[in-house]
Every structure is written in structure tokens, then in C-alpha cells.
Design a protein around this ligand. Structure first.
Ligand code: CP
Ligand code: NVA
Length: 312
């Protein structure tokens, strides 16, 4: 089995990787997925351990990383942010140095992205970003793998994201730019993605040919889309803004009506957890257009590929 050699020690954002590296990660993901389906597991990470720090809730990330490590012959440790000394003020630097003496990799889900960058700087072992306020690379890579396994030509399609210009939107724009995929974001102007992320995506798109559009007009955004994507209106950490956001995003729902406006047999993605009746209708979630559970399953396969490549 060919394990990709990656330039970067860590997986902090999707821009840590080139398109070629991502295609080789997908090739390995595909192999691991097929083997897993047959009940075959390779102990690529035998005796290796992954420390998983969670400062926010999680179902998919926690379970897929822990299951993935087990299936690769290793072990994952769940470390709740407020139960380890980090929660009592131990520095990121000391935490990074200590975990580097015990473990072979660190996965972290936290608030400020800078914290993950700092952790990676002081850790001798790979650090994997399991979501920050700014990015969710493992999810976006999984999403593009989910699209890739259906339609190989990532540079000949359009993905539309409807909703908040959040961590998910950021990672999707950057991944689309790397692969040359056209992407439109339909969001209220006040909730547009970070301008620095858009500029970075434009810079990458200049070389790959991906078209990037940000608009508050959702009909315009979804025109000709092969895939529609959405995420919650209030992310973890924004609970207090939930009511205000409900009003601001009231028109930004993926409904059957909106889905018909693409003029294609469009598939729908959602990183989950979903709020039916808010960013997506229950009807769309239950329709044959929805591929959200294939997408959720692929977290396992894609992250196994990432862990093998970084931690082998
Ligand atoms: N999509 C995702 O990361 O889900 P969790 O928050 O459940 O990990
Ligand atoms: N944008 C969401 C993604 C959850 C997987 C959040 O940060 O809460």
C-alpha cells in the first residue's frame, strides 16, 4: 500500500497540501475504504497513539478518529480540554512538549486557530486540526473526497455553499481553489467569509482556474450547481447569537424549491449536526439528493489516510 509522503508535518489547514498530495491522500482513502468494507484492517500505526484534545463538543470527529486509530492498530486518547491541565492554565507550549514525549500525534478541536498553530510549532509530532473557529480541514477534505468518489473531475464542477461564512465555508473555498473547482457562497453580506481567506483562495485560484463568487443572492449562487452544501447558522461558541442569526439567515435554507433552481440533479452535503427547518429542510435531508451520511462515513476513511500519511 502506497502511503503518500507529505511536505507538511501537520494538517492545520487544507493549504498545508498541494493538489497532488491531496489526490494521493484520496487514492489511499479509497483503498482503505474498500478494505474496511471487506473487514480487512492493516496495522499501519501499530503501537502508535493519538492524543485527542477536545475543547468543544463532537460526535463525528471524536468517534471517527478513535475508531480509525483502533482500525490502524493504534490507540486514541480522549482528553477533554477542561479535564487536562491545559484547562487550568498550563501553556500550549508545555502541553505540546509533554504530549510529544508520550504520543505519536495530536488531534485538537478548539476555538482560536492560533492555538493550533502554536501547538504545532512546539510539538515534535504531527498536529491535526479537528476544527477551530476558522477552519475544519478534515471535514472539507472528506467532503471533496465524497464528491471525487462520485465524479472524478473536480475541476469541471460547481459547488455552492449556502449559509454562514464560517470555518466550514473557509475550508471549502480553499479546497475548491486548490482543486480548480468552481465555488459560490450564498450568504448575508454581514456573514461573508473572512476577506483574508477569500484573497488567499483567489491567489490559489489564479493558478488552478477555479471561479469563486460570494453573493447574498441565493438564486444566483445556486445556478448550475452540481453540489449544494450548508452548515449550521450558529457555530459552537456562538450560542448567544443564535436568535439574531435565525433572523439574519431566515432566507438561507436549502429547501426543495431552492434545490430545483440549480436546473440539475444536484446532490446535497452537510457536515452535520443538522438543524432541520433552519439551514436545511427535513424534506431535503430525507430526499435522494442528500448524501450527508456517505459524507459522515467518509470522515473515518479520509482521516485514516491522513493519519497514516502523517504518523507512519
Ligand atoms: N462534522 C463534525 O465535525 O461533526 P462533530 O462536531 O460531531 O465532530
Ligand atoms: N460550523 C460548525 C461546524 C460543526 C462541525 C461549528 O463550528 O460548530
Amino acid at each position: 500500500m502506497k502511503i503518500p509522503k507529505l511536505n507538511s508535518k501537520d494538517c492545520l489547514t487544507v493549504t498545508d497540501f498541494s493538489a497532488n498530495e491531496l489526490y494521493s491522500l484520496f487514492e489511499l482513502t479509497d483503498k482503505l475504504k474498500k478494505e474496511t468494507k471487506k473487514g480487512r484492517f492493516r496495522p499501519v500505526l501499530k503501537n502508535k497513539t493519538l492524543a485527542m484534545i477536545f475543547e468543544k463538543n463532537s460526535t463525528r470527529t471524536r468517534v471517527s478518529f478513535e475508531t480509525g486509530m483502533y482500525q490502524l492498530g493504534g490507540h486514541a486518547l480522549f482528553l477533554s480540554g477542561n479535564e487536562i491541565q491545559l484547562g487550568r492554565g498550563e501553556t500550549i507550549e508545555d502541553t505540546a512538549k509533554v504530549l510529544s514525549r508520550f504520543n505519536d500525534g495530536i488531534m485538537i478541536r478548539t476555538f482560536e486557530h492560533e492555538k493550533v498553530v502554536e501547538l504545532a510549532k512546539h510539538a515534535d509530532i504531527p498536529v491535526i486540526n479537528g476544527l477551530t473557529d476558522s477552519y475544519h480541514p478534515c471535514q472539507a477534505l472528506t467532503d471533496f473526497f465524497t464528491i471525487f468518489e462520485r465524479d472524478q473531475n473536480l475541476d469541471e464542477m460547481k459547488l455552492t455553499y449556502i449559509g454562514d461564512g464560517n470555518n466550514m465555508a473557509h475550508s471549502l473555498i480553499l479546497t475548491a481553489a486548490i482543486f480548480g473547482t468552481d465555488i459560490s457562497i450564498g450568504c448575508p453580506a454581514k456573514y461573508s467569509p473572512d476577506i483574508k481567506v477569500i484573497e488567499k483562495a483567489y491567489e490559489i485560484a489564479g493558478k488552478t482556474g477555479s471561479k469563486i463568487e460570494v453573493t447574498s443572492n441565493i438564486e444566483e449562487a445556486v445556478a448550475d450547481a452540481d453540489y449544494l452544501y450548508t452548515d449550521v447558522w450558529a457555530s459552537m461558541g456562538q450560542e448567544k447569537e443564535a436568535q439574531k442569526r435565525k433572523k439574519a439567515f431566515a432566507k438561507y435554507t436549502i429547501s426543495m424549491d431552492l434545490l430545483r433552481k440549480t436546473g440539475k440533479d444536484t446532490k446535497v452535503l452537510h457536515c452535520l449536526p443538522a438543524h432541520r427547518g433552519e439551514e436545511i429542510s427535513a424534506e431535503v435531508m430525507a430526499s435522494p439528493h442528500s448524501i450527508v451520511f456517505d459524507q459522515a462515513e467518509n470522515r473515518l476513511h479520509c482521516q485514516k489516510s491522513i493519519m497514516c500519511s502523517l504518523m507512519k
